[in-house]
Design a protein around this ligand. Sequence first.
Ligand SMILES: [Cu+2]
Length: 129
Amino acid sequence: MHRRPNLASVTLVLLAALALIAAAGFPSHASAGRPANSGSVPPKVVTVVIRELKFEPATVTVHAGDTVEWKNDDIVPHTATEDGDPQKPAFDSGTIQTGAAWRYVARKKGTYNYICTLHPNMKGKLIVQ
Ligand SMILES: [Cu+2]
């Protein structure tokens, strides 16, 4: 004589299947997104393109913690070097070759004038708020 599955176990299997479908169809969003960073704007990357012996844009304003990227789209090498104490610039990219880029995390607030040491008439300004 065949045993028929009893109603209780069939119901349990069905409930388990429904629970799996529900979990797959409605994923929890609790773990999605960025970790909280005390409500401030998340850090970003701001790009300055170097082209035809110019920094574009010549002035950029970022928040402390943002990254500034200088991208050399020119046909000659350049630098992005803070124009303060030549012995101790606040930042100095060194030579950025054609097609290369240099990134700097702007941690300290202030206004920084900078130049290209290879072409000192190239001027830019970085404002960190
Ligand atoms: Cu230059």
